[in-house]
Design a protein around this ligand. Structure first.
Ligand code: ADE
Length: 347
């Protein structure tokens, strides 16, 4: 079809049927989709939805299997020490999600598994998206999900460049298939992830193409308009490696950023502070003697880019086995510096 062809007005029952038929043939076989439609294992669906909030499905699958192997049931999760939960979450980022999963597992074991949207929404770490996903996928409740994929698919379908949250929710609610709400939600997610992709939508094979305003405009990727992103703030920090990549002095981090995780002792640099000054401050706190600069690592999170200068240091502080601790990716990168330096001595 060419750019000038106008879409037909949307007959909602036909659209639902086209989307669900496509999903039945082409939907992804994902591990939390095992079981009868509308009666999935809520624990597995919940863990998957929390994981996939900030992680793409391909990567999330690996973390999902690791987490489910460590904690195969909500009882196992509730009974585990928080450090074991953080360790199983290692690499996924946004560790508040793991802490909330653990707290919510305790609530579920004490009070029972919720079976409604409202019951899920009352749990720590569960917002409207997750409550809608779990209640529709695992219990067949009629709740439309509203995430990035849904927003893009609906903005294109209706030719809306600036879709607001309430607009997306209202459209999703109106389209939801009352007989198969969970399948409908997952169909929109899969369509967004595999066909109606952000940069290269495959309109030629889209089951909704006949009704899509964005396709008819000839510029599907212009919908929705890109969001204006908040600037990423650059943060400098110094850390010391006392020990080696197997056994080192570790501290528990505080604050929203990597709070709760273990990491190399570190200090954020004050705005006008040099790395040497921050290192002196850190070593005074630890009663440590600073050594050479091992290297610099950086890591970007949603709103911050951290650049960390990592120094060797000596101190009498007790060392901890690194393998047992839940560390951020930034700390893993810092620990790898030592091995990389050792390797380079032999180059
Ligand atoms: N992304 C978030 N939740 C999902 C799900 N249940 N299926 C596929 N992709 C998803």
């Amino acid at each position: 079809m060419n750019a000038a062809s106008a879409p037909q007005a949307i007959p909602i029952p036909a659209l639902r049927e086209a989307l669900l038929t496509w999903f039945d043939h082409s939907g992804r076989a994902l591990p939390w989709r095992a079981g009868a439609e509308g009666a999935r294992d809520p624990y597995r669906v919940w863990v998957a939805e929390i994981l996939l909030q900030q992680t793409q499905v391909a990567r999330g699958l690996v973390y999902y299997e690791r987490f489910l192997t460590a904690f195969p049931s909500v009882q196992a999760l509730a009974e585990a020490p928080i450090d074991a939960v953080l360790k199983a979450w290692e690499g996924c980022g946004y560790y508040a999600r793991a802490r909330n999963l653990h707290r919510a597992a305790g609530v579920i074991v004490a009070g029972g598994m919720p079976s409604t949207y409202a019951g899920w929404l009352a749990l720590p770490g569960v917002g409207p998206y997750t409550a809608a996903a779990v209640s529709s996928l695992a219990f067949g409740e009629q709740r439309a999900v509203n995430d990035g994929n849904v927003r893009r698919v609906l903005a294109r379908l209706y030719g809306e460049r600036l879709p607001t949250e309430p607009w997306v929710q209202a459209r999703a609610d109106a389209l939801l298939d009352s007989g198969r709400p969970g399948a409908f939600n997952e169909a929109v997610m899969d369509l967004g992830a595999t066909i109606c992709t952000p940069k290269a939508p495959r309109c030629a094979v889209c089951p909704l193409a006949a009704w899509c305003e964005a396709r008819a405009s000839g510029q599907p990727t212009a919908f929705p308009a890109p969001k204006v992103r908040a600037a990423v703030r650059e943060v400098g920090a110094v850390a010391v490696l006392i020990g080696n990549e197997h056994s080192a002095v570790l501290e528990r981090r505080e604050g929203a950023l990597l709070g709760g995780l273990m990491g190399l002792p570190s200090e954020l640099r004050e705005p006008d502070e040099t790395a040497a000054q921050a290192l002196a401050r850190l070593c005074a706190r630890l009663d440590a003697v600073p050594g050479t600069l091992l290297g610099t690592v950086s890591h970007t999170m949603t709103h911050r880019q951290i650049t960390l200068d990592v120094y060797a240091a000596q101190s009498a502080h007790p060392k901890t086995p690194v393998q047992d601790a839940a560390l951020s990716r930034l700390d893993h990168k810092a620990l790898e510096l030592l091995a990389a330096r050792r390797g380079s001595l032999f180059d």
